[in-house]
Design a protein around this ligand. Structure first.
Ligand SMILES: Cc1ncc(COP(=O)(O)O)c(C=O)c1O
Length: 392
């Protein structure tokens, strides 16, 4: 029997799988490949968080199913964290929900809010689930170019006009942006919120990289815009700021109706994150403000080593103000081969794995993304490899 699964047919194998396969093959044959491909943080979770997990794991009361929407004390801490950082007031009961990482939260949120056929506006290029969540939910994708910066993006958004009955349901935003590293000021969100109110769509803002910012830049929360809660929710992840990627903790806050929809859907789908992880996450949000800048400093130093190394290889790339990535236009002489072929070349000839831009959408073609997930020495080594490849 040859079964057909139409939904799965709409989900092409990750372009990144091709690169991964090549990387594994090279490693199996004994080559040292420096992996700057996936944005998988390599730093250890801070001790106080790990200690709390160990302590809470010893308590049998924490071994049962937990609360799908997150335990009340964690939701309370989320609302305190917002108050402290952004001066935004959130009702922990109705305006917060804990998710199994931002990725799970985002994909189920889209599913909770749409009907098949609805339009969803997504930046191109984008973090893959930002567009594939809409595909999985049977929606029509409206691509919004982001690569020319926030002003042009806003201009394009304003020009995206539809008849009243065919308005998009959701606008997806995410700043600091993966993969382009584009950052915005609060005025961008003010305009986006005004537009959403005028046109009747909801905004989901994914701020997974809110803390990974450099050179004095501070990333705004969309909820700082007065009245944003009428049209917006915001997602956050503990993966990057607290080096907790494997723990799978994130949250979504903002518009009550939207939070209620996600809460309902998730109550059917999961029993909540392992309770000791939720308890340890309270420690992260409550007691680890001072550790985040140390983590950010590690990424900043890596960024500088990478940008300097590329420059000395004759590859000039702008230094990002945010995220844990560097988004680099492929050098002119290699542009024609495309980002996948170029990324393959970097593995084979420079011993460096990167993500090909095409994996993030059509407008990502012509670029590769470096993730700052190896230490400075390894990044220097990678840059030496790239230098000798480019100048061969
Ligand atoms: C924009 C963005 N959102 C969310 C995530 C995933 O976050 P989490 O680990 O909380 O699922 C990533 C990870 O790379 C990301 O780039």
């Amino acid at each position: 029997m040859n079964y057909r699964f139409p939904l799965i047919e709409k989900l092409p194998p990750y372009v990144f799988a091709v690169i991964n396969h090549l990387k594994m093959e090279a490693r199996r044959s004994g080559e040292d490949i420096i992996d700057l491909g996936m944005g998988n943080p390599d730093l250890a979770t801070p001790d106080p968080i790990v200690e709390k997990l160990i302590e809470a794991s010893r308590n049998a009361r924490n071994h049962r199913y937990s609360a799908s929407r997150g335990i009340p004390n964690l939701r309370q801490e989320i609302s305190r964290w917002y108050e402290r950082r952004y001066n935004v007031n959130l009702d922990p009961e109705h305006e917060t929900i804990v998710t199994i990482g931002a990725k799970e939260g985002f994909s189920h949120l889209v599913l909770a809010l749409v009907e098949p056929g609805d339009k969803v506006i997504v930046p191109d290029p984008s973090y893959p689930i930002h567009s594939f969540a809409a595909t999985i939910a049977g929606c029509e994708l409206i691509k919004l170019p982001i690569d020319n910066g926030p002003e042009e993006m806003m201009e394009e958004l304003r020009n995206l006009e539809f008849p009243k009955s065919e308005q998009p349901k959701i606008l997806v935003l995410s700043f600091p942006h993966n993969p382009t590293t584009v950052c915005v000021e609060k005025s961008f969100f003010e305009e986006a919120v005004a537009l959403a109110k005028e046109r009747g769509y909801l905004i989901i803002h994914d701020m997974a990289y809110a803390d990974l910012v450099f050179d004095g830049y501070k990333a705004p929360s969309i909820l700082e815009v007065p009245g944003a809660k009428e049209v917006a929710v915001e997602m956050y992840s503990l993966s990057k700021s607290y080096s907790m990627a494997g723990w799978r903790v994130g949250f979504c806050v903002g518009n009550k109706q939207v939070i209620a929809a996600l809460t309902r859907l998730k109550s059917y789908l999961d029993y909540g994150i392992f309770q000791p992880i939720q308890i340890a996450s309270i420690i992260a949000l409550r007691d680890c403000d001072h550790i985040v800048p140390e983590i950010v400093e590690v990424y900043r130093k890596r960024r500088d080593v990478l940008i300097k190394g590329l420059a000395s290889a004759g590859w000039s790339v702008p230094s990002p103000k945010g995220t844990m990535f560097v988004w680099a236009a492929i050098p002119e002489q290699f542009k024609k081969m495309g980002s996948l072929e170029f990324a393959k070349n970097l593995i084979t000839n420079a011993g460096v794995a990167v993500s090909p831009g095409i994996g993030f959408g059509h407008r990502g073609e012509g670029f590769v993304r470096f993730a700052l997930v190896e230490n400075e020495q390894r990044i220097s080594q990678a840059m030496r490899g790239i230098k000798s490849f480019l100048n061969d």
